[in-house]
Structures are given as structure tokens and as C-alpha cells.
Design a protein around this ligand. Sequence first.
Ligand SMILES: Nc1nc2c(ncn2[C@@H]2O[C@H](COP(=O)(O)OP(=O)(O)OP(=O)(O)O)[C@@H](O)[C@H]2O)c(=O)[nH]1
Ligand SMILES: [Mg+2]
Length: 469
Amino acid sequence: MAAVSTRRLDGHVPSSSISTPLICDYKQRNSHLLFYDEQAEKISNLIDEEIKRESNRQREARRKEVKVMLLGQAESGKSTLQKQFQLYYASHSLDSERPSWRPVVYFNIIKAIRMILDELDYQFNAASKPRDKDDRRPSTTTSSGSLYRSPETQSQIAAIRTRLLPLIAMESALATELSGGVSVGGGKTGAFVRTGWQALVGPGSARGQGNGRPMRNSETTNLVARTMSSLGGEVEKLWKHQAVRTLVHSRKLRLDDSAGFFLDSIKRIAEPEYMPSTDDILSVRLQTLGVMEHQFVISLGGSTYNWKLYDVGGARGQRHAWMPYFDDATAIIFLAPISAFDQYLEEDARTNRIDDSLQLFTAICSNKLLSKAHLVLLLNKADLLKKKLKAGAKVRKYITSFGDRPNTYESVSEYFRSHFVQVHRRKDTFGRALYVHFTSMLDIKATQSIISDVGEAIIRQHIASVGLA
Ligand SMILES: Nc1nc2c(ncn2[C@@H]2O[C@H](COP(=O)(O)OP(=O)(O)OP(=O)(O)O)[C@@H](O)[C@H]2O)c(=O)[nH]1
Ligand SMILES: [Mg+2]
């Protein structure tokens, strides 16, 4: 046994320890070693197989997981697209959330009422002030000027305002409830939501606790509903008043995109048993805070895919939160609202919103972390663009490079499309294809068909790239 203890690691055996019985020892030992080597090889093979299986499992999980980011500036329609995905792939979950959208609809209406009354105040003041020679504001000696100067108009609006005060006073309580007490500077909406916000607007929310019962609304929402129900007639009176009609037609009133839709539907919404329709849910405006993850299971070609959709806050102050999600994103769906040519950023009143979208798209196309992500561009709010052009808005007034091109939907939409496509051509050095669609996100039928196409295209590209990885 001493020989064994003196054996060197290089296999050399000192000559002093060689003797006949040891030859026998060696034979025995070698057969032991052979046994251990075989065992070691077996174990090593098992480990190799397990590693292979694990890597296949991971590869299959990667193949089944599709991570899609919705990017674009604030109000570009990202959350609306997320709801359209939800409607297409998991409509039952949108149904169970229906009550949680009720306070959001009320909030949108109250905010619009406040903005209308603020603008009327401004017009009344401007109309009654004597103009000095340097005043560059539009003249109020027009018929609208005399309308805003009229004591009758002013007293009618003052009376409506007084009656609407209880409703207006509820705006901040609703905003606080929706935002869960979080306040963010720089936004005009005043209500921001994060993942799980629905749980905040209903006591013992079913969704939050997963007990399958429909959600109930909070006390605040019920109080607003009762007030809305008793003051619906006053809201309608205000919205139909000549002074407000004139503001709308002269495009001086800058309400959120869907405010008109809700105010036109005030009779229905002021009903005590009001429950938001799918159109209402798609139309509401509620700013996203941070990054919200939504999951769907999508079936395609006999396989199911775990589709993760990341809906982000698009305001400039929110964009830093996007980065951590970039390196394993399967696809980016970039939304650019092409109706926004006459609008400026809330965060920076000097930046035209189309310019901001182009800058943002440039940054996305050239970002190395996203080099493997497939790109889809949705030129959104095509319906609003048509409406604006029909109402007489001139693109050249806001975007001088548009020049003397015809101010028609075909020419304007093509002009914007070519700018975005050029950005992709110049800035995408990774050789990716760009899929472009014009969208009107409130049009359910048209959007659902685009979602199905985009979803399929992303999954097919994803399978191809994972397969090659
Ligand atoms: N008319 C019209 N309205 C749209 C369209 N897409 C979105 N909207 C409306 O535009 C508003 C803003 O849409 P959101 O989906 O909240 O915008 P977002 O990109 O999520 O904004 P942030 O969360 O602030 O980044 C909502 O009131 C939508 O209903 C569209 O194609 N046409
Ligand atoms: Mg959003």
C-alpha cells in the first residue's frame, strides 16, 4: 500500500518501491481505475446529454417567447394598440376590465370641460380688452369677437360653469385615484398609470385578486357617476353652445383627440348604469408611466407562442426606462402619429411632433442594442390627418419643407411615409426590412386585420432568426 501512497501524479513509480507483489496490486488497481474511468465517462455523457437537453429547452423557450416593444412619442397610440392586441388575442380580459375604464372616461370628460371653460375665459378676456398696436393676436372685431364680448354669452356660460363646479372639482380626486397618488411634472393630462392600475380603482378588485368576479368601482367613481348623471344635461348645453361651437370650428380649442367623441356621447355616458363600450375603451386617454408588460398566448401553425408586449410611456422624461428592455427585444412596433404635423410637444413647446417622431425613429433605427429586432412602422392617426386636412389645415404652414405639394391626404401621407422610410434607409446599418402600415387605431376591423398580419410576420421572422441562431 506504501507504493500507492508514493505514486506520483505523473504516473512515475519510484524504482525503490518496485517488488513482485506490487505487479499484482497494479493489475488490480488498473482494473479499478478502468472501472472508475468507465463510470466517469458515463457520468460525463449524462452531463453532456443534460446540458444538450437544457440548451434545447432554452432554445425552445426562446423560440416560444416573442418580446415586442411598442415605441413612439406620447399620444402616438401605443396603449391603444396594446388594447387592440388584447381585444384580438384575449378579449375576455378586456371584458373583465370594463368597469375600471369607467372613471377614466369620466376623467377625460371632466378634463375636456375644464379646458373648454379655460379657453372661453381666455376668449372673453381677450375680447373685452382694448387692443394695443403691438398686439399680434387675431382680431376680435370679427363675428366671433362680438360673440365673446356679448354679455348674454358671458352670463350664459357663467351660469353653466357654476352648475358644473361640483363636477369640475372632482377632476383632481379622479386623477389621484387613477395614478395611485403618483404625480409627474410636465404632462397636461394629470393622470398616469402603471402596471396593475386597475386594482386601484375598485375596492377588492377581482382582477387584482384573481377571483374571477367582475370588478366593482370605488366610492370616488360612484360619486362622480352620480354627479355626471345629474349634470349630463349641463355638459351637453355647454358642448352645444354657440360660443363653444365657434371655438371648435376655428380650431382654437385644443382638446385631447377623443374629447369630442365623449362629449358627443354625453347622454349615453351620463346614464347611471353606464358601462364603457369597446369604442370608449379604445378612445380614452390615460398616460402610461414606465413600462407595462402584457402577455398573450398566440397560436400559429399548430404551435403556441408566449407573446410579451411592452407598452411604454412615450413622453421625453419616460424614454430612459425603455433601454433595459432593448437587448432581448424580438421586434419593435414604432408608432408615429402623422396627424400631429400642427402640434408641438407638451414637454418642449418648440419641437414639432413630426420632427420629434423622426428624431426618435432615427435613434431607434441606429441603436446597436436593437440590431436584431425586427422593425414595424405604423403611421398612425390617418383618420385624424384626413379630418384636419378636410377642415382646411395647411401642412406647409407648420412644415416649410412640404413646399407647394398638394395639400391632399394622398400627397401628405406619402410625404411623411417617404421621410420615415428614408430615415430607415440611411440609419439602419443592420440590413433589416421595414414593414410600414397606415393605421387608424380606433377602427377596430381595419386594425385587427393589421394586427393579425403584423403578429404573424413577427413570429415567422422570429422563428427564422432563432432557428439560425
Ligand atoms: N382618432 C384617432 N385617435 C387615436 C388613434 N390612435 C390613438 N388615438 C387616441 O389618441 C390618444 C392617445 O393614445 P394612447 O394610446 O394613450 O397614446 P400612448 O402612445 O400610449 O401615449 P403615452 O402613454 O403617453 O406614451 C387616445 O385618446 C387614443 O384613443 C387613431 O389612430 N385615431
Ligand atoms: Mg400609453
